[in-house]
Design a protein around this ligand. Structure first.
Ligand code: C5P
Length: 231
């Protein structure tokens, strides 16, 4: 009964402003994707990783991951994130037919603590169909209109910032993606697709080290984290 991890990494990552796709941007001499897959493997609870790569960069991605000693399959990603995950999911189920738990993890979360990854898997194994790591918000949050005028102050206490890996019981994720494909719907995360099925989504504590590296500022913060914490 295996755990597989899907890593959608086929985006261009324009907000980082780099010449290469974001997953291949280097931090401490290695692509973000390599750091992320190393963390998944270090959790000790993942049997196979499937990466959705930029279609023209599959060879580069395969070579970058080859030194990790992890069981990795690289597939060409799709036009949207949701499509990349669906393509990776199909490849994962073909490669590992006894898959029971599926993780979906951002390549940009280079330093996700292995203990957090295990906590997501444990919660799915304990019976939750979908599990997401979350953090409380430090900032006050306002809802605004198209002109930037404030419409409302949202109660911060009831809001959470969502991280990855998100964990799913295999059948639930397959149903969620089939429904999304049929309705031509996308989502910024996979739990959002599961919510549309009416299935419960459980939260577990996230970790600040699992920050998503999106902008040059984030890259600088992650580099500082690496230096100061010896990550
Ligand atoms: O744009 P955003 O940072 O939300 O993208 C989330 C993840 O989805 C990134 O790791 C990106 O590489 C991936 N992605 C993908 N296929 C696409 C677009 C984005 O795998 N077509």
């Amino acid at each position: 009964m295996s755990v597989v991890a899907l890593v959608p990494a086929a985006g261009r990552g324009e907000r980082l402003g780099a010449a290469v796709p974001k997953a291949l941007v280097e931090l401490d001499g290695e692509p973000l994707l390599v750091h992320a897959v190393r963390g998944l493997w270090a959790s000790g609870c993942v049997q196979h990783v499937v990466v959705a790569a930029p279609p023209t960069q599959c060879d580069v991605v395969t070579a970058a991951l080859s030194s990790l000693g992890a069981a990795v399959t690289v597939v060409p990603g799709g036009a949207e994130r949701t499509e990349s995950v669906w393509l990776a999911l199909q490849a994962a189920l073909a490669a590992v037919p006894d898959t029971e738990v599926v993780l979906v993890h951002d390549a940009a979360r280079a330093f996700t603590p292995p203990a957090m990854i295990r906590s997501v898997v444990d919660a799915v194994r304990a019976g939750a169909p979908a599990v997401i790591p979350v953090l409380p918000l430090a900032d006050t949050v306002k809802q605004v209109d198209a002109e930037g005028r404030v419409l409302a102050t949202v109660d911060r206490a009831s809001l959470r910032a969502v991280q990855t890996p998100q964990g799913f019981e295999r059948g639930v994720l397959v149903r969620a993606h089939r429904a999304a494909a049929a309705a031509a719907l996308g989502a910024t995360d996979d739990a959002g697709l599961v919510e549309r099925l009416g299935e419960p989504v459980l939260t577990v504590p996230g970790h600040t080290d699992a920050m998503k590296i999106t902008t040059p500022f984030d890259l600088a913060v992650a580099t500082a984290l690496l230096t100061h914490r010896g990550l």
